[in-house]
Every structure is written in C-alpha cells, then in structure tokens.
Design a protein around this ligand. Structure first.
Ligand code: ADP
Ligand code: MG
Length: 660
C-alpha cells in the first residue's frame, strides 16, 4: 500500500516533461485520462527558457522572445548541462547552475498546474532514458528546489509508450489490441537538444525496456545551427560581414533559422530575411538544401537506432511499431529515414509534443494509486540501466586501477551482482570500494557515484583475503553496495540515493541574487555563500554543506606538503585535476577543429568528437570534485591543521556537533 495515499486524495496525478526546448505539464482528469494543462499564455508547450529582467524572472515564451534584445540575461537549452557541476551559465555576470535554471521552469509549471488544480506538490518528472545517475540526481534536485516532491522520475520513451498504450486501449481489458502476444515498440524521440531511442516490449499491462541508447548532445538545436551557419556564410559572401558577430543579430538569426526549419517541414522551399550592419538580405533555402546541410546529424540518429536494435538482440523484423515522438520528428526526413531502414511506416499517432507528459501523468497516477481499478494501476514498468555500473579494482598483473563492470548496460532492473575481490596487501586493515558508472575500463573516464569502506579489519589477514562485493540497482534507481569479508565477518554498506548530490541554495536566494536585490560576489556560486542556508535540523543539508567544505579543503591542499598517510588521496586528487585539465584542452582543440571543419564526413566526425569531449570534461569534473572531497575528508580525519583553514575546520566541527 502506498503510504502517501491520504495526502494524494487531494491532489490529482501530475506529470512533467521537463524538455530541453519545451516543457509540458499534464494531469489525470476525473476519468483517469491524461490531459495537458495550458500555461498562462494559453499554450500547451512552455519554452524551457529563462530571462532575468531587472528584478523579474521571466519564464517561457516571453523569455524566449527577449533572447534577441538581451542575450546576456537569457538562458535556454540548459538541460544539456544537467549534472555537470561546472557547467554553469553566465547570466548577467552570475554563474547559475542548470538545476537552478530548471527549477525556475518547474516552478512556473507548478503554478500553471495549480491554477487549474489547486495546490500541487507531488509530481513525476521525465528524463531521457540515456541520462546517467548524475543527471537524474540533478533533475530531482531541480524538482526539490522548485518546492516539488518528486515521486519518481521516469524515462521519456517509457512515458511515451505508456501514453501510446493507453491511447490505443491496451490497458482497457485483456481482449484489446494486444491479445496477439507481446508487441515490440521502438520509441524514436528526437527533441530539441537530446536524442533518445528505446525498444520496449508491451505485453498487456507490462512495459519492459529491452535496450536504450541515445545522444545527449543531439537535437533540433543542432539542425538550427547548421542553418544559422549556412545563412551567415551566405551573408558574408554577399556583403563581407557576419551577422553572427553581433549578439543581437545572431540571436535573431537563430530564431529565424528555427522558423525556417519549421516551414521546411511543411513546404519544399522557404525564404528568410537576414539583417546585419544596416544590410538586409533575402535568402531562399530548399528542403533539399536543408537536408544536405544536416545529413550527418540524421545519420547519427540512424546509427544509434540500428545499434539499439542490435543491443536488444533483435533485428528489424522483430520490431512491430516505430513510434515517433519529439518535435524534431516533424522533419519529413526523420520518418523517411526510419521507413527506409525499418521497412515499416513509422507510427505518428501519439502527439509528439504531449505523449511524454501524458505518460508521466499516468505513471504518477499509478504511484499515487489514483488510477482506480483500471488496468493502468496494474501496469508494470521494467527498466534497464542505460550505463554500466562497476567498482574500481586493482589489476593484479598491471597493478593499475580498472573499472570492473558488475551490472552491464541494458540489464533489466532491479538487478543484482556479486563479485569476489581480494585484499591487495598482507595485514590490510580497511577496504574501500569505489562505485562508478560508465563503459570505460579506466576509472578516470567513469563517473564516481560513491564509496563504501570496511574499516578496522582484524589484524593479520593474509594478502588475497576474499572481499565479497554485492551491487544492487533497484527499479527506482537506488543503488546499494555492500562489501563483506567472509573470513572476518565484517561488512559495510552504502546506499546511493538520488537527490542532494551537492549544495544548492534555495530558489529565493538565487532569485534575489539574479534580480540584483542581493549583492553578488561576482564569482557566482561559492560554497561559503550558503552558510546561512544550512538547516541544522535537516541532516541532508548539513551533510551537503560538509561535503562542500571538505571539497574546499581538498582543493586548498591538493598541492601542499601533507603527512604521508594522505599521499594516496592527495595523489588521486592531483591526478583527477590533471585529467580535468587535459580533458579541457582536448575540448578546446575539438572546438577549434569544429570551427574549421569542412563539412560532410569530416564534420560528422568532428561533431561527435566534440560531443565526446564535452562529456569527458563533465565526467572529469565530477571525478575531480569527488577526489577533492575525499582528500578533504581524509585531511579532516587525520586532523591536518593548515594556516587559513581554521574557519572551515571550525564550521565543520560545529556542523558535526549538531548532527551527532
Ligand atoms: P525537447 O523534448 O528536447 O524539449 P521537443 O520534443 O519539444 O524537444 O522538440 C523541440 C524541437 O522540435 C525544437 O528543436 C523545434 O525546433 C523542433 N520542431 C518543432 N516543430 C517542428 C517542425 N514542424 N519541424 C521541424 N522541427 C520542429
Ligand atoms: Mg522531449
């Protein structure tokens, strides 16, 4: 029984599609059907855009419009940055984390829903299936900042399939539609900033994901960019000046290019008038030209799609339907490509814009047990993990650290794995299991999720004593790891839970700062800014604050002489910082290559290198922050005292007193 049932009676089930370009909020009406809630402007879609306008924080269409006149006070497409601690947007000189920008969007959607439904607190939010743990956590953080209780997050393709199943009456009763046995559906979601593809098997009310893949750096915006570059080049050829050189003209050009792209979905030719430096130039573009300019982007979706079919162990003849969602699927070339490779006509019966939010509302209904006796309440969702989970081990031969994958990518959840490792030295007194997410063998290229330490092992254990590591990944994304030394019966356990991954100040503080009511430090976010916001009664907020303080210590001492007992964590921090630096250099180089790439095959290659480089920087960043945190904590336990750190150590001591 759901313990929330009492509270839920008063609030209808609400689902939010927090999109890169557009967000949508939906609810289940009194008959249990999903319906989209119109925003304040009377529209179904709210652009995921924020404008900071002299004390006002404007969200949605009005913000997007103003991108032209005030590009430096405007932010969009920040979903792509989710979970990257350092990927903050500079808005009016203040660095704003993507979670905060997303929280402003969620807050607006909450208000829109409340106008229609009364107070709304509990919601389901969707994420691309391809989001990793860090990005999922960041999404939950954004919800919390917006004053929402996130019942769960659900993968966008699963949500779309739920809505599709509902719409086609698969839940209505067992005689409807699906009695021919399981149906395999490929959900192809090409949105504004992300691309997601998932194969699901629908068997009555059971939705089982078979495989999932995607590209968090590919979407409609990349198609826009090609048009922007093409138009700007034409302008330059004709008049010797580049409209991209002026921020306002560039922003206008982006809007015009997007409009042009939309028109080209309906018509085979369209034109646009570009302005710059007092010059006006009309340019014609045909659909064919547009398709040529973006062929490599489409090919990237094709490759990923074919790969996911393989990963599911299937071939196209085993896929019954191809479901098109996402605004960019309106480009005729998408359906044409899919028809060509699959040999099937893609199904466009789900509303490309609303299906995901509708599915989220249905899922919220299931969680809140509001779907009554209908088959929806009996629905069962079975997910797969989109990234491998492993632990860092030591390779006996090469003596290097390696990522040992315990739960491979695309394993059905919940999933469990046990593996036996060995102690590395005689008389080893503690064992640390570092938990990582990623496909690479090299731990530095994976994302650290946490660690689990078995301490105070009995003395004298021989080298090679067995350590049993058990890893489990629940359907709700909760990861738990335990390490056991069977010989000494000692064990340790950690639960890695989403949410609260790092310190974030509340939305009011950000609002005040961004609207100029509170003086900003100019540097933007800094851990010490949030002192007053730690709620001593909230253990989570204290722990986050402690993490931030330890990270600060770690950074401060990474390159100073420390006691020998700290040399391992210090070395790890130095290595992580060095990897981050080199990842940044590679990214810079990729950006330069991108600017000079000739187009065609070369440019596909360069774009994918660039996307990879961005992901690496993000990962290296998370890794470095984590290494600093560990170093800081170790300094804390070792009682290291260094000049300049007293205020931090004092704060730590006080915070610790409060939670003991
Ligand atoms: P997200 O889920 O990433 O927010 P959406 O699924 O809402 O994105 O899709 C938004 C994208 O779809 C934008 O890039 C937009 O330009 C594109 N789009 C919307 N309508 C059309 C159309 N008629 N033709 C081409 N692209 C479109
Ligand atoms: Mg979407």
């Amino acid at each position: 029984m759901n313990h929330n049932a009492d509270v839920n009676k008063h609030q209808p089930a609400v689902g939010i599609d927090l999109g890169t370009t557009y967000s949508v909020v939906a609810y289940l009406d009194s008959t249990g059907r999903p319906a989209t809630i119109l925003n304040g402007a009377g529209e179904l879609l709210t652009p995921s855009a924020v404008l900071f306008d002299e004390g006002d924080i404007v969200v949605g269409k009005e913000a997007a419009k103003a991108s032209v006149v005030a590009p430096d006070a405007y932010a969009d497409c920040f979903k792509r940055d989710m979970g990257g601690i350092r990927f903050r947007r500079n808005v009016r000189g203040i660095e704003v984390p993507p979670e905060v920008l997303s929280a402003f969007i969620l807050e607006r959607l909450k208000q829109d829903a409340e106008r229609r439904l009364g107070p709304v607190r509990q919601v389901v939010i969707t994420v691309p299936a391809f989001f990793d743990e860090t990005r999922r956590r960041a999404t939950q953080d954004a919800g919390r900042l917006a004053g929402l209780e996130v019942l769960d997050i659900i993968n966008e393709p699963t949500a779309a399939a739920l809505a599709y199943g509902f719409q086609h009456g698969f839940f209505a009763d067992s005689s409807a539609g699906h009695n021919a046995g399981p149906m395999r559906v490929l959900v192809h979601d090409l949105g504004g900033g992300t691309f997601d593809v998932t194969i699901l098997e629908i068997n009555g009310t059971q939705f089982r994901a078979l495989a999932t893949d995607g590209d968090v750096q590919l979407g409609g915006k990349d198609f826009d960019e090609r048009l922007v570059d093409y138009l700007a080049e034409k302008f330059r050829e004709a008049h010797g000046v580049d409209p991209r050189s002026d921020p306002q003209d560039a922003a206008q050009l982006w809007l015009d290019a997007q409009q042009l792209k939309h028109t080209l979905s309906e018509r085979s030719k369209a034109n646009v008038v570009c302005f710059h430096a007092g010059i006006r130039l009309r340019l014609d573009v045909t659909r064919e030209q547009f398709e040529d300019l973006t062929r490599d982007l489409l090919e990237r979706t094709e490759t990923t799609t074919s790969l996911v079919v393989k990963e599911a162990g299937l071939d196209w003849s085993k896929i019954d339907r191809v479901l098109l969602v996402g605004g960019s699927s309106r480009m005729p070339m998408v359906a044409e490509m899919l028809a060509r490779v699959t040999g099937k006509q893609p199904d466009r019966s789900a509303s490309p814009d609303e299906a995901v939010a509708h599915g989220a509302a249905l899922y919220a209904g299931m969680l809140m047990q509001q779907a009554g006796d209908s088959a929806v309440s009996k629905c069962q969702l079975i997910n797969v993990n989109s990234h491998s989970l492993g632990v860092v081990g030591l390779d006996g031969k090469t003596k290097t650290r390696v990522n040992v994958v315990l739960i491979p990518k695309n394993s059905p959840l919940p999933s469990r794995a046990v593996r036996t490792f060995q102690t590395a030295r005689p008389d080893q007194r503690s064992v640390k299991v570092s938990v990582v997410e990623g496909e690479s063998h090299r731990p530095e290229e994976c994302i650290p999720l946490g660690e689990c330490v078995v301490r105070d092992l009995e003395p004298g254990l021989p080298k090679g004593t067995a350590i049993q590591v058990e890893y489990s990944y629940a359907s709700n994304g909760r990861i738990s790891v335990s390490a056991r030394i069977p010989q000494s019966r000692q064990s340790a356990h950690v639960e890695l839970q989403r949410g609260g991954s790092h310190t974030l100040e509340n939305l009011e503080t950000w609002r005040a700062r961004l609207s100029g009511r509170e003086p900003s430090s100019g540097r933007g976010f800094s851990p010490s800014d949030s002192v007053a916001l730690v709620d001593p009664k909230d253990r989570g907020s204290v722990m986050r604050r402690l993490d931030a303080l330890y990270t600060k210590i770690g950074k401060a001492v990474a390159n100073v002489a420390l006691p020998k007992s700290l040399s391992r964590s210090q070395q790890a921090a130095q290595e992580a910082a060095a990897s981050l630096n080199s990842a940044r250099t590679i990214l810079k180089e990729a950006e330069i290559r991108k600017q000079s790439a000739a187009g065609g095959a070369e440019s596909v290659h360069v774009s994918s290198q660039l996307a990879q480089a961005k992901t690496h920087v993000e990962q290296a960043n998370t890794q470095a922050e984590f290494a600093f945190l560990v170093l800081g904590r170790d300094c804390g336990s070792a009682g290291v005292k260094l000049a300049g750190l007293e205020p931090i150590l004092k704060e730590i001591a006080e915070l610790k007193k409060g939670i003991e």
